[in-house]
Design a protein around this ligand. Structure first.
Ligand code: ATP
Length: 256
């Protein structure tokens, strides 16, 4: 870090509140700095406001109080990619056309951006499936198409809302490895919402634990294992110890 110009975070949340029209206080006083190229997980029990926080960061809905800023060079359209629990692909369109969608919505001509679509497919390891249709793919492959679509605009921030929750354990582990590779190559920041202690420890450099009613941050942990990470980390005593500590924080979040 340059000591004369300490790096600004990519995103800064200060005292963010969200009260829904129903009166539910989904978030109260959220303070969070998210750095460039960080991999950060938001972990917490159901209803603690993880998805709300992600949606506010994405600009889907207004916060009721506090501020959300992009302090560096500010927010530029295309800076954000979003991946949901369901891949939400268009079943009638090929893999290539699904990934092309964000560019098409911005009126970018097919021929002009073909290389960008190809590069996004290459990034997620699906170059050979450009002409396939979603129904021909496994659940894990469909999720990778969804990730390629989120990354085709080369966003600086990738928001992921429990992307692997609907998949079986083996596919989940494989996708975690894939995601770490994709993240390293894409060079973006990832904010990953999950219920899973194991997933958060494996993936993140930083885990923010939230509690409900009102949704708030109750603790944070750094996972100081260097990247790249692989199976050997998952099997290591250090991994088990991180999981134990994060589970302890989660117990606190659930009032235990
Ligand atoms: N559109 C909405 N209108 C009213 N209340 C909402 C709305 N969306 C969420 N809530 C409420 O806000 C609180 C936080 O919800 P949110 O979905 O952000 O939590 P979460 O941590 O993502 O939960 P989960 O893990 O179950 O997805 C909950 O009490 C929820 O019922």
């Amino acid at each position: 870090m340059d000591m004369h110009h300490p790096a600004e975070p990519l995103l800064r949340l200060r005292g963010v509140d969200k009260v829904y029209a129903s009166g539910t206080v989904a978030l109260r006083g959220l303070d969070l700095d998210i750095g460039e190229r960080q991999f950060i997980s938001l972990l917490g029990p159901s209803g603690c406001g993880k998805s709300t926080a992600l949606r506010l960061i994405a600009g889907l809905g207004r916060h009721s109080g506090g501020s959300i800023d992009w302090p560096g060079r500010g927010f530029v359209p295309g800076d954000l990619g979003f991946v949901f629990q369901e891949p939400t692909l268009m079943p009638w369109a090929s893999v290539w056309d699904n990934v092309f969608l964000p560019l098409r919505l911005r009126d970018r001509p097919r021929a002009q951006v073909a290389a960008e679509v190809d590069a996004a497919l290459d990034l997620v390891g699906l170059s050979g499936f450009a002409k396939a249709f979603p129904r021909e793919l496994s659940g894990g492959m469909r999720m990778r198409v969804s990730i390629a679509r989120a990354l085709v605009m080369k966003p600086r921030l990738l928001l992921m809302d429990e992307p692997f929750a609907a998949l079986d354990e083996i596919t989940r582990q494989k996708l975690c490895d894939d995601l770490l590779g994709i993240w390293r190559k894409a060079g973006c920041t990832v904010v990953f919402v999950t219920h899973s202690v194991y997933e958060s420890v494996y993936l993140s450099a930083r885990i923010v634990v939230m509690a409900a009613r009102p949704g708030r941050i109750i603790g944070e942990m750094a996972v100081e294992e260097p990247y790249p990470r692989d199976r050997s980390f998952r099997l290591s005593p250090a991994y088990a110890e991180y999981c134990r500590q994060v589970s302890g924080l989660l117990d606190q979040a659930m009032g235990g």
